[in-house]
Ligand binder design. Structure first.
Ligand code: TRP
Ligand code: ZN
Ligand code: CA
Length: 449
């Protein structure tokens, strides 16, 4: 457990964006920051998106997985133990499937190999990075479900929500799960030490989540960067939940690694071994004279050691922080990108369907609700043709049925609501000639996003 005494700096920093001056906190909170990097294609500015509600059931499902992983690996998820690597593999698998670019950073501590997991959401201005992170290791004495399955699971579910929503923040989003925090912030310090000065300067904010589901919870907001602090405090205020400044050990979690190199930080905390006062029990409920987390660093830090309301609120506040800070610039979904396959595919007369594949890469999130499908099929009797667009996951969208239209060729553009489909992947145009006699071929087709 890190015990370095935190020294509060006398001069408070502000979320890095010096040129914007004093109005920053208010502007951020109101979502008023305007575009720094103009979008490639002109278009109306997209409204600043509001964060979704994070389903606490999903967060708890991750906690159950961490509990099972500990049970299958000697009862813990500690640095250097198999339960740590299994936890990391679980988180990485979810992120990879959702379209994140993940990397594992390896280090050595106390003679054992440790790992950080970094997940980048493609897109946004990589000169303005918003990071959210949590330590993924437990202590050796237990499964570490509140400390810090809670932060790990909430950061994971927020990242998955970014993918589900197809969020396109103006800034670049990066999520991190740290190894060996319990040995003294080892993984996060290794990460910042290995960043170049330039890369450090690109991180606008680091948000830390360590213990956010304590069973006898308090609602503590880190008192560091004022702009970040305000984003969290405003969220709780809007829900009518009083907060206090976190004082149970400034410097006792991974945000300290970032703060030490001058990166603006913030975070949330529901309390560890310290005792809840009578005044705190009056405003938050729970039990006065009892620790916020009586199972802190103990074997009883299991899935029973979680207050669902605290976990729910802090997960939602986390997502709010990521959405609010990430949208520093609002970038409309780039539109006008066209992908084309101009290879001819002959369509057997009165035969089975043929497909022309089209690989879409380099986009993030889902396809648009008005995906344009340009079709150029040469045929001597178009009434024979049944045409579908097939999404990367195999779902088919009917573009045209067969009928009695005796005209030739299908040269037209269809509009498809493809907003539930991932944009990246192999799309197909599927064409079947249902009746004998006339025939033709797919000349070309294209998707315009
Ligand atoms: N993981 C931290 C630790 O073991 C828990 C903690 C204690 C903490 N005090 C904190 C986390 C203050 C954030 C802020 O020390
Ligand atoms: Zn701890
Ligand atoms: Ca035919």
């Amino acid at each position: 457990m890190p015990t370095r005494a935190g020294r509060r700096p006398s001069r408070r920093t502000s979320l890095r964006r010096a040129a914007l001056g004093a109005g920053l906190a208010g502007a951020l909170a109101a979502g008023l920051l305007t575009s720094a990097a103009a979008p490639a294609t002109a278009g109306p500015a997209a409204p600043t998106a509001a964060a979704p509600d994070i389903p606490v059931a999903n967060v708890k499902a991750h906690l159950s997985q961490f509990q099972s992983i500990a049970a299958a690996n000697g009862g813990n998820r500690a640095h250097g133990r198999p339960g740590y690597r299994a936890s990391l593999d679980y988180v990485k698998g979810k992120l990879d499937a959702a379209g994140f670019t993940t990397s594992i950073q390896q280090f050595t501590s106390s003679g054992a190999t440790g790992y950080n997991l970094i997940a980048d959401w493609p897109g946004g201005d990589t000169n303005q990075v918003i990071m959210a992170g949590a330590h993924l290791d437990s202590v050796g004495s237990g499964a570490g479900i509140n400390d810090n399955g809670s932060g790990s699971a909430a950061v994971l579910e927020t990242a998955l929500a970014v993918a589900r929503e197809g969020y396109r923040p103006g800034k670049h989003l990066r999520f991190a799960w740290w190894g060996a925090e319990e040995l003294g912030l080892v993984g996060s310090r290794y990460y910042v030490n290995n960043l170049s000065a330039t890369d450090r300067s690109k991180i606008d904010a680091y948000l830390n989540f360590d213990m956010i589901g304590s069973p006898n919870p308090g609602y503590f907001v880190y008192d560091d960067d004022p702009a970040i602090e305000k984003v969290f405090k405003d969220w709780f205020a809007a829900k009518g939940v009083p907060t206090e400044i976190e004082t149970e050990g400034d410097g006792r979690s991974d945000h300290a690694s970032f703060k030490n190199v001058g990166i603006p930080v913030g975070g949330l905390f529901t309390g560890a071994g310290r005792t809840k006062t009578t005044a705190q029990a009056q405003k938050w409920g729970g039990t006065a004279g009892r620790a916020f987390d009586p199972c802190y660093h103990s074997s009883c830090d299991t899935t029973s050691n979680i207050n669902d309301t605290a976990l729910d609120r802090n997960s939602d506040a986390l997502a709010h922080g990521v959405w609010t800070l990430g949208s520093g610039t609002t970038t409309p979904p780039p539109s006008g990108d066209t992908f084309e396959n101009a290879t001819d595919v002959s369509i057997p007369d009165g035969g089975s369907a043929v497909e022309s594949p089209l690989s879409v890469t380099g986009r993030s999130g889902n396809a648009p609700s008005a995906l344009r499908v340009g079709v150029d099929i040469k045929h001597t009797y178009r009434g024979d043709l049944v045409v579908d667009l097939v999404a990367p996951d195999g779902s088919a969208y009917r573009l045209k049925n067969s009928d009695n239209d005796s005209g030739d060729d299908v040269i037209t553009t269809y509009t498809v609501d493809a907003s539930t489909e991932a944009a990246n992947g192999t799309w197909k145009l599927r064409v079947r000639d249902a009746y004998r006699y006339d025939s033709g071929y797919i000349d070309s087709w294209r998707l315009t996003f």
